[in-house]
Write a new protein. Structure first.
Length: 353
């Protein structure tokens, strides 16, 4: 279900994922420690290339590098924290002045942050926030809001009664914890008659489907909350095999809400196979990650408050700021309170091709 261009980006990224870093930039290649002209040379480690969301993020990076005015060297750690550490060392050896990372294990990345701090190389963390240690800026959306939006949409649609399977992301990640805790807290407070089957998956679709099948063997399921779009193809296939893939609006339909806002989700919403998703802004993540690392290299100071592009910078703890980029709920027609219609051309998922 992935788009061809995103698949091409994944292939290119994978080719770059070896020990050495790839070289790219907005207007040519950054081939030395000092970039050409006034474009600072930055290192970007892509966290993985096995999802449409991250492939879109990878696709946006060269475009945003041109807009922001930086040169890039890139690597791909393929969801391996030890590879991330090695990649960062490679990037530093190649002379980058700052590093953009998106660590999937937010505890294990701390030693790498300490090493970079000792070398006075600033860091911007995208999508995830390190459990400890400092970075110049965290660029992510409010992931607790992801869980709350999914909870309220499902709870309202089920009229406060039913069974929900939640595919929990990796609870070793701040994103998995935020989405899980917020969803559970919202359900407990607002929809006490909804039973939640929380299934730990570590962002692994086969694990999710195995656990879904176990729950379905003994229970009627009314809704599924997927904390990432990577679960979508296998979930739809599993429901189809069990004759449970009933179109939205028909009796027996299982409400499906996801997170990411990729084109495949929009297609599923339009076809009636799923109901809603939260659009995680891949385009804005790439743009502001590069802008903030450029600011860090230039010595610019940041402070809490409105970020100037629709979000808010918050002080997470002393010395750590997080720019929370807007991430709207997307539904078929935008009539659900606070949601956008799936056809809204402003959504990045409608712009990639």
């Amino acid at each position: 279900m992935r788009l061809k261009t995103l698949a091409a980006a994944a292939i290119a990224s994978t080719l770059c994922a070896g020990v050495s870093a790839c070289s790219s930039s907005g207007g040519g290649s950054g081939s030395s420690g000092d970039s050409a002209g006034d474009k600072p040379l930055v290192g970007v480690d892509y966290p993985r290339s096995d999802s449409d969301f991250w492939n879109a993020y990878i696709k946006y990076m060269p475009e945003m590098a041109k807009k922001v005015g930086v040169s890039m060297k890139t690597t791909n750690s393929q969801n391996d924290i030890s590879k991330l550490a090695d990649n960062v060392n490679t990037l530093v050896a190649q002379g980058v002045k700052g590093v953009v990372i998106a660590p999937q294990d937010t505890a294990a990345v701390v030693p790498t942050l300490s090493q970079l701090a000792a070398k006075k190389i600033p860091v911007v963390s995208v999508d995830t926030r390190p459990d400890s240690g400092d970075v110049y800026m965290v660029v992510r959306a409010n992931n607790k809001a992801y869980g709350e939006k999914a909870c309220k949409y499902i709870g309202d649609t089920l009229k406060g009664k039913g069974n929900v399977v939640m595919f929990e992301g990796d609870l070793g990640s701040i994103n998995g914890r935020d989405r899980t805790q917020a969803f559970n807290a919202c359900m407990k407070a607002n929809y006490p008659n909804v039973k939640v089957f929380g299934e730990a998956t570590k962002w692994d679709p086969p694990t999710a489907i195995s656990k879904l099948n176990t729950v379905l063997a003994g229970n009627k399921i009314n809704a599924i909350y997927m904390q990432a779009s990577i679960y979508l193809p296998s979930t739809l296939q599993a429901l189809k095999q069990k004759h449970l893939l009933v179109p939205r609006g028909k009796s027996g339909h299982i409400v499906i809400v996801s997170n990411d806002g990729v084109p495949a989700e929009y297609a599923a919403i339009k076809s009636g196979q799923m109901d809603a998703t939260v659009s995680q802004p891949a385009d804005l993540y790439s743009k502001y990650a590069l802008q903030y690392i450029k600011d860090a290299i230039a010595g610019k100071k940041q402070k809490a408050g409105p970020d100037g592009h629709g979000g808010t910078i918050i002080a997470v703890r002393k010395g750590l700021l997080e720019d929370q980029i807007p991430a709207p709920l997307v539904t078929i027609d935008g009539k659900y309170p606070g949601s956008k219609a799936v056809t809204d051309k402003a959504l990045w998922g409608n712009a990639v091709s």
